[in-house]
Design a protein around this ligand. Structure first.
Ligand code: ATP
Ligand code: MG
Length: 399
């Protein structure tokens, strides 16, 4: 049996009202991009589902690719036949013979009401036909090996069997863009993934401190961005030359507070980059109480430098939950590569776990950082990463 279509069922976006079309169009574009290596395919969008017309392409790698696209609830292979009793019977029989189950069940859904036989009756008609024309196969209505779904619609009938679970969520790009503070660690890539699940398109910002952090540490971040791009769209990664500013903080701020000041600098710079890129929010991989910078007091002191919403998808997750997502989305082995992050290189022996905002502000007020920040923003390296290759590299002036 030659499957000729893949049915894509929408998840939550099928609940959308008037702006549903925006979501389905976004999903269609994302699917087209994801399967562009299969040039014969066509993607047809209907109100309540989508079809990939295979035109002879092998469906298995396409299903595997589409399983990871947000906005899809489930997928099935399908055979398209005319709305005609005999044609449906013959195709269903072929499907059954090929699958060789011991038990089966027919489920008819008749949304095309002109079809002359009702759903219940057609279950019996088709079930009977299949029993008569096969051997050693019986009907099991409760726990069949194979369920043949006969979907009789206006344009045609689609016969499907097994459902493959999709990634759920909303299509990436349907919820605007956010700037992910991407370290080479375990948490921030997972945070980016979780935000993408809600339809957020990402850009990323990475603070890099050569020679304290190596070229390999940067490569690692770009590899993580490449993985993230696989689940959504290509990602611009802004690499921030952070060394001079970190050294200055290390020299001039009392050590108990240097981590807090450094984080505040990261937020200020991230906000400036977001503003330049017309992005309205930031994302971090923070998880409450995980380390000194992620206590309530630290988050309060760090957050105070920006009015931008900071999305923290992992805030209430345990480390083992985060790790299990990281493994599932194939990031973990990259995240544990042993290269230093700029934050760990300069971390003081005992950072304040309960920094006081007035104190941080007081320390900062005695030091002029404006030129340092300007220099940094003038020397950002922006690299665009797509799912299968790093596409371009440019230095751009962010001021
Ligand atoms: P991660 O595993 O994401 O590195 P973490 O548990 O190590 O997180 P921290 O090092 O305290 O936590 O960092 C908290 C958040 O700050 C990170 O999740 C990330 O969003 C951001 N961050 C940390 N270091 C960098 C960096 N070098 N560049 C960009 N963002 C960073
Ligand atoms: Mg880290």
């Amino acid at each position: 049996m030659q499957y000729d279509h893949i049915v894509i069922r929408y998840g939550e976006l099928s609940l959308k009202g008037r702006n549903r079309k925006l979501f389905t169009t976004q999903l269609q574009n994302n699917v087209i991009t994801a399967i562009r290596d299969y040039p014969n395919t066509r993607v047809q969008k209907k109100r309540d589902r989508m079809y990939i017309v295979l035109n002879g392409e092998d469906p298995n790698p396409i299903i595997e690719r589409c399983r990871h696209i947000f906005g899809i609830q489930s997928l099935s292979l399908a055979v398209k036949v005319e709305n005609e009793e005999q044609a449906i019977k013959e195709s269903a029989l072929e499907l059954l013979k090929e699958a060789k189950p011991s038990t089966f069940k027919v489920t008819t859904k008749r949304s095309y009401k002109e079809f002359p036989i009702g759903s219940q009756q057609f279950n019996q008609v088709l079930g009977g036909y299949l029993l008569v024309n096969t051997e050693n196969i019986t009907v099991d209505l409760h726990n069949p090996d194979l369920e043949i779904v006969v979907d009789i619609r206006d344009d045609a009938t689609y016969l499907t069997s097994a459902k493959v679970l999709g990634a759920g969520g909303l299509p990436v790009g349907s919820s605007g863009k956010s700037l992910l503070l991407l370290s080479g660690g375990i948490d921030s890539p997972v945070a980016g993934y979780q935000a993408m699940k809600r339809g957020v398109e990402l850009e990323a910002i990475h603070f890099h401190s050569p020679p304290y952090t190596s070229e390999r540490a940067k490569e690692k971040v770009l590899d993580l961005a490449e993985k993230l791009a696989y689940y959504g769209k290509s990602i611009k990664v802004h690499v921030i030359p952070f060394t001079a500013l970190q050294q200055k903080i290390h020299r001039e701020v009392p050590h108990g507070y240097s981590m807090t000041v450094m984080r505040r600098m990261m937020m200020r710079i991230s906000e400036a980059v977001a503003k330049k890129e017309n992005i309205l929010s930031l994302i971090t991989g923070e998880s409450l109480g995980q380390v000194a910078s992620q206590t309530m007091e630290s988050m309060h002191a760090i957050n105070a430098v920006t009015n931008y919403p900071i999305i923290r998808p992992l805030i209430a997750m345990d480390k083992d939950e985060i790790i299990s997502i990281s493994e599932r989305i194939d990031m973990y082995s990259i995240s544990i590569r042993p290269y230093e992050d700029c934050c760990t290189v300069f971390v003081p022996k005992s950072p304040k776990t309960k920094p006081r905002l007035e104190k941080v502000e007081q320390f900062e007020s005695g030091i002029d950082f404006s030129q340092d920040i300007e220099d940094i923003l003038n020397n950002v390296e922006t690299i665009t990463i797509s799912a299968d290759k790093k596409v371009s590299n440019q230095f751009d002036d962010l001021l």
